[in-house]
Design a protein around this ligand. Sequence first.
Ligand code: GLY
Length: 342
Amino acid sequence: MARNTIDFLFFQATVACHFNTKFASLEKMTDKEKTIIITDEHVFAAHRKKFRGWNTIVLKPGEEYKIQVTVDVIIEQLIAFGADRQSFLVGVGGGVITDITGYVAGIYMRGIRFGLVPTSLLAMVDAAIGGKNGIDIGIYKNMVGLIRQPEWILFDIDFLKSLPLIEWRNGFAEIIKHAAIRDAALFRLLQQQTLTGFRRQPKLLERLIRTNVLIKMKIVTEDEFEKGDRKLLNFGHTLGHAIENQYELSHGQAISIGMTYAALLSEQLTNFKQAISVIDLLERYGLPTRAAFDWKKVEKVLAMDKKKSLVGMQYVILKKIGDAVIHTIPVPELMNHLRNLN
Ligand code: GLY
């Protein structure tokens, strides 16, 4: 029988992951009087009863609100609640909520404690894990933020009952990414299963979430500040982020297109022969693999990318399924390759 709680050790923090745990257990994990929940209107409306009796800040939903103005709104409400250094924040929501909660917890009174309850598949397998948090500035995603770990993360798949299909697909984009860079067995499982199959089998879904949390936690605990292997998690994200806010794609759609180009680029730069398997798998989970873009706009955003060094862009490519490497490539050369793949 798998354990429900696993502690992950970071340099300065321990993060307890409570798998297969009901939201109601929150009562035992944090002092209600000192706790303030941050959520959004969608999650609040779909799970109103769960929030009864908790101090709650309800935000407008959507990536367009992952901005400084929202941070200011939250801070004003925290002040109105009388929040102090003993207060505890709990982010209950998708990636926008987990990111913004971690960020506010990092800066309010120079830092207060926090926990996360991811409610989307994407947040469960990716956004809530790793401690990176922050906000977007215009079209530049996650331009401002910090790395700070939550004390715990609670996983309750009950929340997924209200998740729209597009959000399931977004989660599978990150799951396919984990499989492509680190886990060939997971890649094969995904090839055999379907999104509907996972939705209908809670035990299989629990295991899938746990496997993905373990993959990401192993990478981020070994390299919290992204000096080495953590960069591999950016597979599909360089181009993905460059197109996400410009074309109003969901995160999963954007990185799916990013992974397609990265897989094709891998065939040009390494001996990788399985781009077609990556593309087929993305399509199997309802994700787009191609789009027409304005490459000039893409180049402008890539020029500001955080993964850029003096030598060039650190691009993640595949050697084989389950085995990724970083390839440093000057931006003009990268643009030529990418344009030729179109
Ligand atoms: N919050 C997502 C990460 O740290 O990668």
